[in-house]
Design a protein around this ligand. Sequence first.
Ligand code: SF4
Length: 164
Amino acid sequence: MLSKILSKNSCAACKFCCSFRRQSLWETPLFPPEVVEKLSRNNEYGVVGEFREVQNAYRLVLENNYCTDDPEEEVPCTFLDPQKGCILKGEDKPFDCSIWPLRIMNKDGELVIALTPTCPSIGATPQPELIELVKNGLGEKIFEYAKTHPYIIKEYREGFPIIL
Ligand code: SF4
């Protein structure tokens, strides 16, 4: 959804948002039940995920994959291929992943679209192209999706610049 400003090649080469330190586990992707049904047993991708139910959705379980106590250790998403990037087709990829580094957040009871400030490609400050994209349709699309999939709404965090 951000392909106008974020090339697939740079995402494939980076993979920052597909690996998680323990303190980032709140960001692991949330999958809808119908996709979990498919991905939690033998499937076309040849990779079976482990999921835990949270708020009518399912969070990918990665907690058991750490090898050390180092808080900086990162574990990759189960569906990340180190060479090819995400192996999931568009219809199976979590909405959260397709809008990264944007997030819909609840700030004092109001829904906002904010930027996760750690994406190495987009940077910590929303640039004009990103703001335009969000204000000219993408933001509305995210608000609409959140109406039927409220589990994608996260609590607001300090340091996430609000775009809309
Ligand atoms: S589902 Fe795909 S895009 Fe999302 S974190 Fe996993 S590998 Fe990355």
